[in-house]
Design a protein around this ligand. Structure first.
Ligand code: T1G
Length: 704
């Protein structure tokens, strides 16, 4: 049913406003309203031009991604855009903010395009494992040419107003009131009897057939192995060679192939899993001023995130030299963000102005949120929280950035445990989006809501976790690392293990990660670990190297050597010999370990530990675990995360594989988690288990 109010009139110019918060996604009702409006306005003799504009912060953010997992609903976007383009009167797109995917394609189907200075126009479909499926692959090259179209659509990165004008995608910039400017231009076009300038009527730019093959070959191997990038190139190639209608049909067919792929389902699953609502958001306290204790790598990184996220932050240190170094680190990062264009000049200036330093702990009295990021030692943290409990103002939230210590033990020292939570940032804290929000036994819902709200405000992905050793991510990392350490002793070379897991899709191999973080870090944690597994082989290879002072990149030697001029990693035969001798001492038989076994043991260890974490109630859902591992540990997004990946394998297969490993390596590490056995036995999946629990939490779920 058309809602006439969606269209306003300004004389002979009609204005259709996309008004579908929060981002004007092209959901079915929006598409239906636009179709009805275009039909009505095209037939209305009193209308001589049409403006399409978005309400709120952006034009249109794209198709409604939620619709992709349901039966398609008419009007389908390609046909709708063809109808917009066929309109007999000039249609002017007035663009601002996020103009993405189907939003950008809607703009291309219009006859003229103007935009405000905050335009972010792009084709992020590739990050969802898709391609622009509503005509963008046929229309965009006619304006921007082949190379720019290939780059825009395979990178998914948006462009700003200047580049959009330079490419001929946008005709003119409108400063000030975009709506008024667009209407004035539409009126001007109407009075000049300007024709509907249809992009599909433009000539197809010349192309070299080899251009597409060359571009595809130049893409990173990991991208070429995914369904979408090669199909984006093929859709564009077909637009160069086929008549428009055939090219549009080819693009649609390729889009449907992507849509059906497991990789795209994984990307879309993560898209929503990463956007969970802030729990108890109404209880969140206002945070106008933050304080960070400790200006080392973590403290400075957290301060950078707060300042660039719009929150004034006081960096507090005990010594002037450390404080100066910390402040310099913060300013350098803001300068770098400005240089790389991640912050414009005003944003960078504002961020610098939000950072102050202090040498007195009492200065926390002005903070609504205090984040402690000092040395990872329980006694040090307890002493500090004892003082914080006195000095911080009532209602201020006190967060510890600990990654391994007991949040309750820290909270207990504060005298106000309800105000204490964990905020486990990942290093570098100003780059990594993930924060594990750790609830202590007495953490109040208001304190938790406050840190979740702050995390979202500064662009982080905050996942609630329970207060148990390693929380979620690191506890699973220990299971994953346990297996790679055993396989080192069994004779697998560090580089063979790393390659197998990188080929699976991990961003880095575990041995390279250890060298990067510093093998001494884990070594220290394991020395203080109270109930470490009683197994002399547990992390023995890493500990041996640490004992020998081979800490990794920082000492030039770890699992690899780092003595080339560029500091690249090179395999080190000496390490293989050291580990082999240690294995002999421990009585571990050496053998050939195949890549398939490496992947199976490391990834199944992740899945099994994740299931145990769910049983223990330390993570709220399988998707929370997947978000943690894809954003904190480089698990391949196209596999959705360990738990999503387990579902794609099938839980019965997972349980059988674990039982086989138990027969080969012992029950202690390879007893399948009870939840896994239960779900496998019921023919269920983690996804069905999660949706069942969500429905139950909704009080029996919505009827019908
Ligand atoms: N569909 C459905 N919901 C969406 C959405 C979308 N496209 N984009 C955002 N949301 C929801 C999101 O889940 C969240 O919900 C809220 O909006 C705010 O999002 C046909 C096939 C626009 C830059 O990939 O990049 O078009 O948590 O937290 O940080 O060929 O959202 O409030 O319940 O991200 O201000 C292509 C995806 C689709 C753009 C705003 N378009 N969105 O960022 O808010 S495929 C995209 C974004 C397509 C065509 C193809 C960002 C944003 P909730 P947010 P934000």
């Amino acid at each position: 049913m058309t809602q006439p109010e969606a269209v306003a009139r300004d004389g002979e110019v009609a204005v259709f406003t996309f008004d579908h918060p929060p981002v004007n996604a092209l959901a079915q009702p929006v598409r239906a309203r636009l179709l009805a409006a275009v039909e009505a306005l095209d037939a209305d003799p009193g209308v001589r031009a049409i403006v399409l504009i978005g309400s709120g912060r952006n034009f249109v953010a794209g198709a409604d991604v939620r619709e992709f997992d349901r039966p398609p609903l008419e009007p389908f976007l390609p046909a709708l855009l063809a109808r917009v383009e066929a309109c007999g009167k000039p249609v002017v797109a007035a663009l601002h903010g996020a103009t993405l995917g189907g939003g950008a394609e809607t703009a291309l189907a219009c006859h003229y395009r103007c935009a405000a200075g905050d335009l972010k126009l792009g084709f992020p479909e590739v990050s969802l494992g898709l391609l622009p499926g509503a005509g963008g692959t046929v229309r965009l090259p006619r304006l921007a040419g082949w190379q720019a179209s290939l780059e825009l659509m395979t990178s998914g990165k948006p462009i700003g107003i200047d580049r959009a004008i330079e490419l001929g995608i946008v005709d003119r910039r409108v400063d000030g009131d975009l709506r008024a400017g667009a209407i004035a231009w539409a009126r001007e076009l109407a009075h000049a009897h300007a024709p509907p300038r249809r992009v599909l009527d433009l000539p197809v730019p010349a192309s070299r057939p080899s251009q597409f093959e060359e571009f595809l070959r130049a893409l990173p191997a990991a991208a070429r192995r995914l369904p979408a990038p090669p199909r984006i190139v093929e859709a564009l190639a077909s637009a160069a060679l086929l008549p428009a209608d055939a090219a549009l049909a080819r693009a649609r067919a390729l889009f449907m192939e992507c849509l059906a792929s497991t990789e795209s389902r994984a990307f879309r699953y993560l898209f929503f899993a990463e956007r969970g609502a802030v729990p108890d958001v109404v209880l969140a306290r206002a945070v106008g001023q933050a304080a960070v204790l400790g200006s080392g790598t973590m403290g400075a990184g957290i301060a950078i995130s707060l300042a660039t996220g719009g929150i004034p932050v006081l960096l507090i240190e005990a010594k002037q030299e450390a404080l100066d170094a910390g402040l310099a680190r913060v300013r350098a990062a803001i300068d770098a963000a400005e240089r790389k264009g991640r912050l414009d000049r005003d944003e960078a200036e504002a961020a610098r102005g939000r950072v102050q330093g202090s040498l007195t702990l009492a200065a926390v009295a002005g903070a609504d949120l205090v984040i402690e990021a000092v040395y990872e030692n329980l006694a040090v943290k307890r002493e500090l929280f004892g003082r914080l409990g006195q000095l911080a103002k009532p209602g201020a939230v006190l967060a510890t950035n600990t990654s391994t210590l007991d949040v309750d033990a820290i909270a207990g020292a504060s005298g106000r445990p309800a105000d204490v939570v964990g905020m486990h940032f990942f290093s570098p804290a100003n780059v990594m989006r993930l924060v594990e929000v750790v609830r202590g036994r007495e953490s109040s819902r208001a304190a938790l809501a406050t840190v979740h709200s702050v995390a979202k405000r500064i662009g982080k992905i905050a996942i609630p976790v329970g207060n148990a050793f390693g929380f979620v991510g690191n506890r699973m990392l220990y299971a994953y690392g346990r297996e790679k350490e055993l396989m080192l002793l069994e004779g697998a070379k560090p580089e063979v293990i790393d390659k197998a897991l990188v080929d699976f899709g991990m961003a880095m191999g575990p041995n390279a990660v250890g060298d990067l973080a510093g093998l001494d870090i884990g070594w220290q944690v394991r020395k203080e670990w109270r109930d470490k597994p009683e197994d002399p082989r547990f992390y023995r290879a890493s500990d041996l190297l640490a004992e020998l002072g081979r800490y990794g990149q920082k000492t030039g030697r770890g699992f690899y050597r780092y003595d080339t001029p560029g500091g690249e990693r090179t395999p080190d035969p000496e390490v293989v010999e050291l580990i082999r001798a240690e294995a002999e001492r421990l009585g571990v038989r050496q053998r050939q370990v195949e890549p398939g076994e490496i992947v199976a043991r490391c990834i199944l260890a992740l899945i099994n530990e994740g299931a145990r974490i769910l049983e223990d109630g330390i993570a709220a859902s399988p998707s929370d675990i997947d978000v943690i591992w894809c954003n904190g540990y480089g698990f391949p997004r196209h596999r959705g995360g360990p738990m999503f990946y387990a579902d794609t394998l099938g839980l019965a297969t997972v349980v059988d594989s674990i039982r086989k490993l138990a027969r080969a390596h012992g029950e202690r590490d390879w007893t399948p988690a009870g939840l896994l056995v239960t779900l496998a036995g019921a023919g269920a999946s983690f996804a069905s288990w999660q949706s069942g629990r969500a429905a139950a939490a909704d009080g029996g779920g919505r009827q019908g």
